[in-house]
Design a protein around this ligand. Structure first.
Ligand code: HEM
Length: 409
């Protein structure tokens, strides 16, 4: 890494294994020079301060989308790639890629299913699923936790919620992985073709399912989304497909990574699980700290919707992107005492792991519940759980999750 103190620019390869395996010392080094810096590889200003990240996520002068206020020509953007047309069609109605008023309308129509009291009803089902998942490897004395435990639980939960048959879960994982590759630092044309094909297959699968639910509605989320209405407004088929794809993808990717990151944090810090998980309150506090301590999504971007001058005279022109490094903000010493220590129940608990503002994660209550239910069961069922190998993160900086987590007991 190279930091230019005067210009506040940083050369830092996000694909450097030393960085993506442990970005925190690097964040600290940058922060001591300048909490706001221009990341040359991304070509944008990035923010590591908790207060800045939290404020900018809510700042209406910035948005996840730009094409509602400017054309591609005005922004000098390349035209859409024809070989990504199916991927783009799914993205076009994605909640995560919309801004008000389109975003408000869609979010209102799906939000009901994800509020805490609705999600809480899933507690017994998640516990049963966790036990059944552990039953498959409990006698082995060792496991690679990501594949055997972290993946199947959130995938099954979100598939069941939506009403996607369990036998399609492997397909869901494959499609999701192919689509998520598009959000990484560098993509090649092969990855783009694979993402497009995955979007097409995913949409075909959902089109069939939507037709089936129209004929025979059930009690699942897809049926509810089909009939859900506000002031005579309903979701179109394209919106139903985009929303379902987003929920299925977002519904597991980050939770899978967070399961691994939390287990790793507990084991590496030698924490006593009986103490961490002694009741519902301490469990919730421990999970919240795990979300702050090693978040699974490290950076989100925003477009400037107008010309903006930020603190320190940083000028951002309309259409320019900024980077909000959630992972760094969660370790800001101006916000947290001893930010590098895992302190369950810390009095200064706060985090931006689920974002903030209008795009705040709709699945936060579900993700929290999955972690609060599944982790205590894991540690209780496998006494003596320990790391069997050094955990390594995936080469995908934004998605800060483990490639493997080899454990023994
Ligand atoms: C630990 C697990 C999770 C983490 C860390 C996480 C994190 C996030 C973050 C940071 C955002 C905001 C992105 C931005 O502002 O640009 C977001 C949005 C979103 N998340 Fe999650 N998420 C998790 C789990 C889930 C789950 C289980 C679901 C399933 C329903 C979900 C569905 C969504 C959706 C639909 C959005 C878009 C909301 C909108 O644009 O209005 N997430 N998530």
């Amino acid at each position: 890494m190279k930091i230019d103190r005067h210009a506040k620019t940083v050369d830092l390869d996000p694909r450097d294994p030393a960085f993506f395996n442990d970005p925190y010392p690097v964040y600290e080094e940058i922060r001591t020079v300048s909490p706001t810096f221009f990341w040359n590889e991304y070509g944008m200003w990035c923010f590591t301060g908790f207060a800045d990240v939290s404020r900018l996520l809510r700042d209406k002068r910035f948005g996840r989308q730009i094409l509602h206020v400017a054309t591609r020509e005005e922004l000098g953007l390349a035209p859409p790639k024809p070989h990504l047309s199916d991927f783009d069609a799914v993205e076009a109605h994605s909640l995560l890629e919309l801004e008000p008023p389109a975003h408000t309308r869609l979010r209102t129509l799906v939000n009901r299913a994800f509020v805490s009291r609705q999600v809480e009803k899933l507690r017994p089902e998640i516990a049963a699923l966790t036990h059944a998942t552990i039953d498959r490897f409990a006698a082995d004395g060792e496991v690679e936790l990501i594949k055997a435990f972290a993946e199947p639980i959130p995938v099954s939960v979100i598939a069941r919620m939506l009403g996607v048959p369990q036998e399609r879960c492997d397909d869901l994982l494959d499609w999701s992985h192919a689509m998520v590759r598009m959000y990484m630092f560098e993509t090649d044309e092969a990855a783009e073709h694979a993402a497009n094909q995955a979007a097409l297959d995913f949409a075909d699968c959902l089109t069939e399912l939507i037709a089936e639910r129209r004929r025979h509605p059930t009690d699942d989320l897809l049926s509810h989304m089909i009939t859900s209405e506000r002031g005579g407004d309903r979701l179109s088929d394209a919106e139903l497909i985009s929303t379902s794809v987003l929920l299925l993808n977002a519904g597991h990717e980050a939770t899978v990574h967070q399961t691994g990151n939390a287990v790793k944090a507990i084991l590496e810090n030698g924490l006593d699980h009986q103490d961490l998980f002694k009741d519902d309150g301490s469990t919730a506090a421990a999970i919240e700290e795990s979300l702050r301590y090693d978040a699974p999504l490290h950076m989100f971007t925003r477009y400037a919707l107008e010309d903006v001058v930020l603190d320190g005279g940083i000028e951002i022109t309309k259409g320019q992107e900024i980077g909000l490094t959630l992972g760094a903000a969660n370790r800001d010493p101006r916000q947290f005492a001893e930010p590098a220590s895992f302190v369950a129940g810390r009095p200064d608990q706060a985090n931006v792991t689920f974002g903030a503002g209008i795009h705040f994660c709709i699945g936060a209550p579900l993700a929290r519940l999955e972690l609060q239910v599944s982790l205590p069961i894991l540690f209780e069922r496998l006494p003596g759980l320990r790391l069997a190998d050094t955990p390594r993160y995936r080469d995908a900086y934004h998605f800060h999750g483990l490639e493997r987590l080899d454990l023994a007991w």
